[in-house]
Design a protein around this ligand. Structure first.
Ligand code: IMP
Ligand code: MG
Length: 207
């Protein structure tokens, strides 16, 4: 997979078509690995909602869908801090084949904590799938079982991923530069030529 340079207009890292092909590949891998057994998908809210919605429609049943809520990131900072998990929306997992689905594997701490929690609930097997994995960021000894795309260490938005709650709705995945993030943080419009060249965030609407 070849990535466009980050500083092209729109900073598009993955187009909607490229993501769609990635979801096709992921669904095929999950189907092959599942051997037709019933599967409980656990969506990690909020970022995974788009990938889960697309993935489950490419799988064959029987499929159950549960969700957990996890938050490890505040604003643009992905530096590890406290990890908040809410597991009250989970169905009974006893004896079930489980697939946890998250948007991105960054430090890996979210997935590591979640796998521990879910394995403690009597599931037969708990595997994990992420759409994106950032290169060189892992701080844990685990790897997801299924990975859509390995990406450079950039802050990305779109297709469910957010910056300060915005841009989850983009059909593609785009990268934000640290300077752009700082400009947005400082309340300067990122298209302000005095601060940020117009091309750099031209394709990213304000949330
Ligand atoms: P980890 O626990 O460090 O692996 O972080 C995983 C979580 O951090 C993901 O589920 C996202 O919610 C968030 N995250 C990490 N990197 C990014 C990013 O580049 N854009 C948006 N969210 C991110
Ligand atoms: Mg998340």
């Amino acid at each position: 997979m070849k990535f466009r340079p980050a500083r092209t207009p729109m900073h598009v890292l993955l187009t909607a078509a490229e993501i769609g092909a990635g979801i096709d590949r992921l669904a095929a891998a999950v189907r092959d690995a599942g051997g037709g057994r019933p599967l409980t998908i656990v969506a990690v809210l909020t970022g995974s909602i788009v990938v889960v919605a697309d993935l489950i429609r490419r799988l064959e049943g029987p499929i159950r869908l549960g969700m957990v809520w996890a938050s490890s990131y505040r604003g643009a900072a992905t530096t590890p801090g406290g990890l908040e998990l809410h597991l009250d929306q989970l169905p009974d997992l006893t004896g079930h084949e489980v697939l946890v689905v998250d948007d991105i594997f960054d430090s890996g701490r979210t997935l590591q904590a979640l796998l521990g929690e879910l394995r403690g609930r009597g599931a037969d097997r708990v595997r994990s799938l992420v759409l994106l994995r950032k290169r060189g960021r892992a701080e844990v000894g685990i790897e997801p079982d299924f990975v859509g795309f390995d990406i450079p260490d950039l802050f990305v938005v779109g297709y469910g991923l957010d910056f300060d709650g915005g841009w989850r709705h983009l059909p593609h995945i785009a990268a934000l530069d640290p300077e752009d993030i700082a400009a947005i943080r400082a309340g300067r419009p990122p298209h302000d030529a005095a601060h940020v060249p117009t091309t750099r965030l031209a394709g990213l609407p304000r949330p």
